[in-house]
Design a protein around this ligand. Structure first.
Ligand code: ADP
Ligand code: MG
Length: 498
């Protein structure tokens, strides 16, 4: 597990004198024809070690699920009691279906920024109309200043709000209200305020940590002369739970698997020792686990350790770094690079581009895994387009094995995490989770687009729960995602009568 020494991968060097400088420095230069012979034994050793060290047999999954349950309890007992922050969401009432009116939502994820408006028509009409837009977050804003980032967001929202018409109607004299989905760890201080604890997912924006992100947004909206009010600050998992619950009362857990990962669930206030007996009117509240920070018992390889050491948050977000979309491609690139350096996977030399961090993306792994052809032509061109390496059939097969090992571990660990949450809830409610239908709402680009990942996750849940209980646990894609959820929570917390 995490304590197993992982230097064994370098045993490949035993077969060769220290590798010569392989890289071709000039950009765009590729290897010469006829150089595609790989050192099969080194490549084989690296692959076998990878598969061995990232393996997640049932006992490992069980350990991870149990550790997740324990860490949840420890985090609920005392502030800072575990890796899991178990953040109070201040969402004590879930959407009822009676919500009416025009509401906006704004979602800052790790890759994309979305704006949405929805016209709600109450129990009968439900969602009358929605409209949304999505833009990717410019790279330079991820490491700029807080003002730059929030100005970009406020500007996007202002532009979107300008073109409101058709089915969307705001009663005269009312201010537009927006639910702000912010998918980074925030210590929530009320339903409409919260302090950013730290940036994750590659963001290192200066001047936001320790500040109220709603105030940051309000100030930027003022600079844009945009007259809107943030009536709910929601984590994306909480938005996803609210959005799914609007349609289905059996939804108890929501999980995001996108650029990053997180999970939240419906908790009873009497099961939160930290609250010292303070009850919500409903007796329940949503807890945002921030499970990306979980680290207990995760099988790690030298590639994970190296990636973590080179990251902007070393030692943090270990679960996120093994299961979420931002990192799977990068772990695979590191393995392929090692195979190229020590085992000539792509011939005697390889392009410099393969040494560029994050050049191979998780959607690339996904696309490669969809190639069922005999010659793996698509795998070859995806590898070439991403990294400029030339491959033959055997190196393409190896690349697929590498993807599979990493994606399998990611999916299976995500499944174990889900069981950890369900098992905590079931133990506390004496069987009311496993004994009836319980829905886990899923959202995020990784879950949505990666069928192999989804399959591994689902099978891990079934292995852990057994076939009988598994029948009661429904894992489903939450159709409207966190966007509508945030708008619904803006409605629930509207300053106007509703
Ligand atoms: P965010 O996490 O920024 O809110 P999404 O939920 O849309 O955004 O997730 C985007 C992430 O999902 C990407 O960074 C990528 O890691 C992953 N992803 C997107 N498309 C695919 C795909 N086709 N295959 C695998 N992963 C994908
Ligand atoms: Mg998101």
């Amino acid at each position: 597990m995490s304590s197993i020494p992982t230097t064994t991968t370098s045993a490949a060097g035993f077969f060769r004198i220290p590798p010569p400088p392989h890289r071709i420095p000039a950009a765009g230069v590729r290897m010469m024809a006829g150089a595609l012979q790989s050192n099969a034994s080194s490549v084989g050793t690296i692959l076998t070690n990878l598969q061995h060290e990232s393996a997640t047999p049932l006992p490992v999954l069980r350990h991870v699920a149990d550790a997740m349950t324990e860490d949840m309890r420890a985090g609920l007992a005392v502030e800072g009691g575990s890796d899991l922050k178990m953040i109070l969401s201040y969402v004590d009432a879930l959407p009822s279906g009676n919500e009416k009116g025009l509401f906006y939502a704004l979602d800052l994820g790790g890759t994309n920024f979305r704006v949405l408006r929805v016209q709600l028509g109450g129990k009968e009409e439900r969602v009358i109309a929605t409209e949304s837009e999505q833009v990717s977050i410019p790279k330079e804003l991820m490491s700029g200043t807080s003002e730059q980032l929030f100005d970009f967001i406020a500007n996007g929202l202002a532009t979107f709000a300008e073109v409101e018409g058709g089915n969307f109607r705001l009663p005269h004299g009312r201010q537009r209200e927006v639910g702000f989905t912010f998918s980074f760890p925030v210590m929530q201080t009320s339903i409409d305020s919260g302090i950013l604890m730290k940036w994750t997912k590659g963001f290192s924006v200066s001047g936001t940590a320790g500040r109220d992100v709603v105030a940051c947004l309000n100030e930027a909206m003022e600079r844009q002369a945009l007259d809107m009010r943030v009536s709910a600050l929601v984590n994306d998992t909480v938005g996803a739970l609210a959005g799914a619950r609007y349609w289905d009362d059996d939804v108890m857990v929501a999980v995001i698997l996108g650029t990053g990962t997180n999970a939240c669930y419906v908790e009873r206030t009497d099961a939160i020792p930290r609250l010292n007996g303070t009850m919500s009117a409903s007796g329940m509240t949503i807890i945002n686990t921030e499970w990306g920070a979980f680290s207990n018992g995760i099988p790690l390889t030298v590639f994970d350790r190296d990636m973590d050491a080179a990251s902007i948050n070393p030692g943090e977000q270990i679960f996120e770094k093994t299961i979420s979309g931002m990192y799977l491609g990068e772990i695979a690139r590191r393995v392929l690079l090692k195979m190229a350096e020590e085992g000539d996977l792509f011939g005697r030399s390889f392009p410099e581009k393969l040494t560029t961090p994050f050049i191979l993306r998780t959607p690339d792994l996904c696309a490669m895994q969809q190639d069922n052809s005999d010659d793996l032509q698509a795998v070859g061109s995806i590898l070439y387009n991403a990294t400029q390496v030339e491959s033959n059939l055997s190196s393409r097969k190896v690349a697929l094995e590498v993807c599979d090992a990493i994606v399998k571990r990611g999916g299976r660990l995500a499944g174990a995490g889900i069981v950890g949450i369900l098992q905590k809830m079931d133990q506390d409610s004496k069987g009311s989770i496993y004994g009836k239908q319980t829905v886990v709402a899923m959202d995020g680009g990784l879950y949505e687009h990666y069928p192999q990942y989804r399959g591994y996750m689902q099978r891990a849940v079934e292995e852990l729960l057994g076939s009988e209980i598994s029948r009661n646990i429904v894992i489903e894609h939450s159709k409207d995602g966190s966007g509508i959820g945030a708008a619904l929570l803006a409605a629930t917390n509207s300053k106007y009568e509703h």
